[in-house]
Design a protein around this ligand. Structure first.
Ligand SMILES: Cc1cc2nc3c(=O)[nH]c(=O)nc-3n(C[C@H](O)[C@H](O)[C@H](O)COP(=O)(O)O)c2cc1C
Length: 344
């Protein structure tokens, strides 16, 4: 390990222990619908630096009936570890069966979605709307805590923005009912992703609870990661879109911010894209492939100056083969001159 890495080890928080799970480095993958499935997770694992992987949000009601061998939400390889499963839940009655299903799937951790602002989720009282039903939140967390000894986390936003006291009370309730770790997406409930994240608000939450707090939102580079850690005072970071654009971002941040001993590698974008296609083609049913390729391409294309033409060429493809051919043609004519991807 280099001198630089030793300095980082002294100044930066390192691994997080949550029950019997060691999150090392303290860098977590964000749950992202349509993106954080096995094909993308495998690529991230190959680059290294991920302390805890995640599924996308999984409907607690439907989970017990999903077939893990063919469900695109549940397909998983041995190397995708440790893996947290995120539950989208609206009542405490859904908890037991969902957690039993996660035990059968050998989940390494369970996360409760309490931050999704989408209206389609909110109309069932789930996601961010749960904060409006504090009694139900208590019952959900208490039920989950009774049912599992796995690390239990919750992911929230900063609330409506009107009342920081209400947000702090909410966080304390989560801790008191047995949540082991809290991830905070540093935006108010109704703020779009284009809005600058409010990392400093996380430091206020840190002051009122003792469990580890993970900062999320707007980290696209090692410089962002360093600043977010400093401003938020968080115990770790969760990366979303930045890691979908650049699946090697974990390795970069782990190395330069957390001093992890990960060798630098040259990234070949066409190879990354080909590996993603290969994973989809080999393990996903045909009906699930093209949509996921289009979703990933929307982010991955941001590595290129003219990435919009890659994204639209793939978007308008009618088959995996057509999408692959169009992407290969694009790669042959375009160099990635924007490897330090900024916002999206
Ligand atoms: C395409 C997409 C899907 C998402 N799906 C989920 C989800 O399933 N569960 C969740 O808690 N958050 C979800 N989010 C929010 C992310 O987990 C994360 O909080 C947000 O993207 C901010 O982090 P970032 O700036 O690093 O992307 C999603 C975000 C995106 C862009």
């Amino acid at each position: 390990m280099s001198m630089k890495a030793e300095t980082n080890l002294q100044t930066q928080p390192q691994a997080i222990r949550v029950r019997n799970l060691l999150i090392d480095p303290p860098l977590l993958l964000a749950p992202m619908a349509g993106l954080t499935h096995s094909a993308l997770r495998r690529i991230m694992v190959e680059f290294g630096g991920v302390g805890l992987l995640s599924t996308e949000m999984l409907s607690a009601r439907r989970l017990p009936t999903e077939n893990p061998r063919i469900s695109p939400y549940l397909i998983r390889t041995e190397r995708e570890r440790p893996l947290s499963y995120q539950l989208l839940i609206s009542t405490h009655e859904e908890v037991c069966r969902a957690i039993d299903a996660l035990h059968a799937l050998k989940a390494d951790a369970v996360d409760l979605n309490m931050g999704c602002p989408s209206l389609s989720v909110g109309k069932f009282g789930a996601g961010a709307m749960l904060a409006e039903r504090p009694d139900e939140v208590r019952r959900i967390v208490a039920e989950a805590r009774k049912r599992t000894a796995l690390p239990l986390s919750a992911k929230i936003r900063l609330g409506s923005g009107a009342d920081s006291g209400k947000l702090k009370t909410f966080c304390s309730v989560l801790e008191a009912e047995g949540v082991d770790m809290l991830t905070v997406h540093a935006r108010f409930r109704d703020e779009p992703f284009a809005r600058n994240p409010r990392w400093s608000y996380i430091s206020e939450i840190k002051e009122c609870i003792k469990i580890p707090v993970i900062a999320n939102g707007g980290v696209f580079s090692a410089a962002d990661a360093e600043k977010c850690m400093r401003v938020s005072g968080a115990d770790g970071l969760m990366l979303g879109r930045g890691a979908a654009i650049r699946p090697w971002l974990f390795a970069e941040i782990a190395r330069s911010v957390f001093g992890a001993d990960i060798a630098e590698t040259t990234v070949s974008l066409p190879d990354v894209y080909a590996a993603f296609i290969e994973a989809l083609n080999s393990d996903y049913r045909q009906v699930y492939r093209l949509g996921r390729l289009k979703e990933f391409t929307h982010y991955f294309a941001k590595n290129y100056k003219f990435g919009h033409s890659l994204a639209s060429a793939v978007q308008s493809s009618g088959s995996m083969e057509e999408a692959r051919e169009r992407a290969e043609k694009f790669f042959a004519n375009n160099k990635a001159d924007n490897l330090s991807a900024a916002g999206c």
